[in-house]
Design a protein around this ligand. Structure first.
Ligand SMILES: *Cc1c(COP(=O)(O)O)cnc(C)c1O
Length: 371
């Protein structure tokens, strides 16, 4: 699905030098590269504070912990997302309230969010799924009206730009009160292990988040609040410093692959190419097709026989996962989420464009549909 080896080969010298420097100065925890990466990333995103942490799931959990929510408070999140988004809500004794998504952008549907509001609703977590932004202008207006915190799950869309109706552009992850991202190796900005970060423009929240990620202490051995231990390794920060410089180039390469798929796969009956949101750039963390008529699994088996990898993100709505059933009444069902779980399939998309390989994938998909 990704070509991390090909990507590494091109930046090998710089990455190796960065890692070597960590080994030479043995500052494995909170070494200089962590602060340097933090600064670089703040500048890239145009955000006041980046707080690096151990992974994207921790980022979401720490963000949620910083909001002083009470057990039983409700947090809205899409039902069509990676488990981490809702998992941290439940872990903190809060109630994930799962909402539907739109069939075109796969992001949270802003049209009937009002239906989910109760006196206990305190926050909303839009997920910028597959690489493009949820409709943040509508989400921010909705949140303001109902006095909700907005935590963006930006694990899949780092580098994407959202454009407001007045023309103002912001990077995804810097629009809500807090943004979260993951540096898992296969993410668009991935390190060589686990990593994550939290973004905010709010000084007060930044102080609190930094404290929570560090055992609830501002001063060593004096603990103000219950926190956790969540740090970005110095070695991972050194890798990320190098890769951040290439992020826009990587997004462009992913777009090139996506456009090539678009050109060659559009107009095939039973197959729908991805829709690009009007107000967001797409960084194509995933290139995801919709396959109608119950043929998706058949297509996946066919591709597997031809040695073409593909993935189903995600095969089961969150509310049908055993761990989450307790949060919904029996028979709970969100129609778009249900349909997408049966129709989506993601194709390989990465930064090392190889036309021959992509032509092979395209020709086999055409064979499946047209022969
Ligand atoms: C990857 C991902 C996460 C979690 O990131 P980890 O670093 O693996 O903990 C959270 N949300 C979404 C939408 C993701 O894709």
């Amino acid at each position: 699905m990704v070509d991390l080896k090909g990507q590494y080969d091109k930046i090998k010298e710089e990455v190796n030098a960065g890692i070597q420097e960590c080994l030479d100065n043995t500052a494995f925890i909170n070494g200089p590269a962590v602060k340097e990466f933090q600064k670089d990333f703040e500048q890239y995103l145009g955000v006041k504070h980046v707080i690096p942490c151990a992974n994207g799931t921790d980022a979401l959990q720490i963000a949620m912990m910083a909001l002083d929510l009470q057990p039983g408070d409700e947090v809205l999140c899409p039902a069509f997302t990676y488990v981490a988004t809702a998992e941290v809500i439940g872990l903190l004794g809060l109630k994930p309230v799962m909402t539907d998504v739109t069939p075109d952008t796969f992001c949270i549907d802003t049209n009937n969010l009002e239906n989910y509001i109760t006196p206990r609703t305190k926050a909303i977590v839009p997920v910028h799924l597959y690489g493009q932004s949820a409709d943040m202008e509508k989400i921010m207006a909705f949140a303001e009206k109902h006095n909700l915190f907005v935590i963006e799950d930006n694990a899949q869309a780092i580098g994407s730009d959202y454009t407001f109706s007045n023309g103002e552009k912001k990077k995804t992850g810097t629009i809500g009160h807090i943004g979260c991202t993951s540096f898992f190796p296969s993410k668009n900005l991935g390190c060589y292990g686990d990593g994550g970060a939290i973004m905010t423009n709010d000084d007060h929240l930044a102080t609190k988040i930094r404290m929570i990620a560090n055992h609830g202490q501002e001063k060593k051995y004096y603990h103000k609040v219950l926190g956790c231990n969540s740090r970005l390794d110095t070695i991972q920060a050194a890798v990320l410093r190098v890769k951040l410089k290439h992020l826009d180039e990587y997004s462009a390469a992913r777009n090139l692959m996506a456009s090539y798929y678009d050109e060659n796969l559009s107009g095939i009956p039973g197959l729908e190419i991805p829709v690009r949101a009007a107000n967001s750039t797409h960084v194509f963390h995933q290139y995801t097709l919709k396959i109608a008529g119950d043929r998706r699994d058949e297509l996946q088996r066919y591709l597997a026989e031809k040695d073409i990898p593909s993935m189903i993100y995600y095969p089961l709505p969150l509310y049908k996962q055993e761990a989450f059933m307790r949060y919904v009444p029996e028979g709970f069902n969100l129609p778009v989420t249900e349909k997408l779980c049966k129709e989506v399939i993601s194709l390989p998309v990465h930064t090392e464009f190889n036309q021959e390989v992509q032509d092979y994938i395209i020709s086999e998909i055409k064979n499946f549909f047209l022969n």
